[in-house]
Design a protein around this ligand. Structure first.
Ligand code: ASP
Length: 326
């Protein structure tokens, strides 16, 4: 029997009966936003949204907007979790992951890519210039150079200094809401009502060499289905991959959930699945075809930047599900 909206909401409500919701609920997340719309993770999303808005407000395409938007964060040397200046792995290599998806279901991705400042643009080239979805490591680098991307040293002096300090103890322990987990994920809807998304990161700081998180994985870090909506993720990638986080959010919307409900439902699944949810953070963003947006996280502290046809670019606190924090 297919799940109609009423049934779904009952199930949903029951599942949430025991969950302590905290945070500052965004009033704006409960009503459809006026097109165009762009939303992106964390405070660095404000600058990224500005670049995306230039495209969207000139009647540009959502795909061009999300690429232009997250490139700003990738090229910011002060940002320690994305692109140039990203924290390296435990051996001192900056290795980047990114993916992009458009309203036709086309997608492209790069993982474990080194020496290239804007992996999102390489991911777009994979989507547009190859029959593949994903290129990794040396092959992704070779492809990027063939496409004219310049090879660079991405390890900035500041990131190198912090890594050398970390080496003294060499303790790998993700800290909730601290700079070692802060991907930019962005979703945009253009004037035509088409949705695209992008996600890009240097991954978990001081990770094992070769580790890839959720961010370049279509369905985990990002998913778009233009008939239904889009979602993206930030936080501990392993936890997001284990539930196919972004695809799962979009599927919940397909079955009748609002974007807000869908984000909370998937986070609740992560909380139920993980052994120590109080020690990990995941944040999710979502948008549906009507222009409703949603955002939630496991712990307090996740925020996102939202710019719509109605309201200027601003930072919004996401709802969070667990009150207990380690
Ligand atoms: N999700 C990213 C990863 O696990 C990191 C983050 O969002 O902070 O690689």
């Amino acid at each position: 029997m297919s799940l109609n909206r009423k049934n779904f909401l009952r199930t949903f409500g029951a599942a949430f009966g025991s969950v302590a919701l905290g945070g500052i609920p965004s009033a704006r997340s409960s009503e459809p936003q006026k097109k165009p719309i762009v939303l992106s993770t964390w405070e660095h999303g404000l600058d990224a949204n500005d670049a995306a808005w230039k495209v969207l407000s000139n009647n540009g395409k959502a795909l061009d907007a999300v690429e232009a938007g997250v490139r700003v964060t990738e090229s910011d040397p002060e940002n320690r979790s994305v692109g140039l200046g990203g924290n390296p792995d435990r051996d001192g290599n900056v290795t980047l992951d990114a993916c992009i998806m458009d309203h036709t279901g086309n997608c492209g991705s790069v993982a474990f890519l080194q020496h290239i400042e804007n992996p999102i643009s390489v991911a777009r080239k994979v989507m547009e210039e190859t029959p593949h979805v994903m290129l990794v490591g040396e092959g992704a680098l070779q492809f990027a150079e063939e496409q004219g991307f310049e090879r660079k040293n991405l390890l900035t002096p500041g990131a190198e200094k912090a890594w050398k300090k970390w080496l003294k103890k060499s303790e790998y322990k993700p800290v909730i809401n601290v700079e070692n987990h802060d991907t930019i994920g962005m979703l945009a809807m253009d004037e035509e009502g088409n949705i695209s998304g992008a996600c890009t990161t240097s991954g978990a700081a001081y990770k094992l060499h070769g580790r890839v998180g959720d961010s370049p994985i279509i369905g985990a870090g990002l998913f778009v289905d233009n008939e239904v909506g889009g979602a993206c993720a930030t936080g501990l990638g392993e936890a997001v991959i284990r539930v196919s986080g972004s695809a799962m959010v979009v599927e919940q919307i397909r079955h009748g959930a609002t974007p807000q409900e869908a984000c909370e439902l998937v986070l609740q699944r992560i909380i139920n699945n993980e052994k120590n949810p109080e020690e990990l953070q995941v944040g999710l963003l979502a948008i549906d075809k009507a222009g409703n947006v949603g955002a939630a996280s496991i712990h307090k502290g996740f925020n996102f930047a939202l710019h719509t046809g109605d309201t200027p670019n601003e930072l919004v606190d996401a709802k969070y599900l667990l009150k207990k924090q380690k």
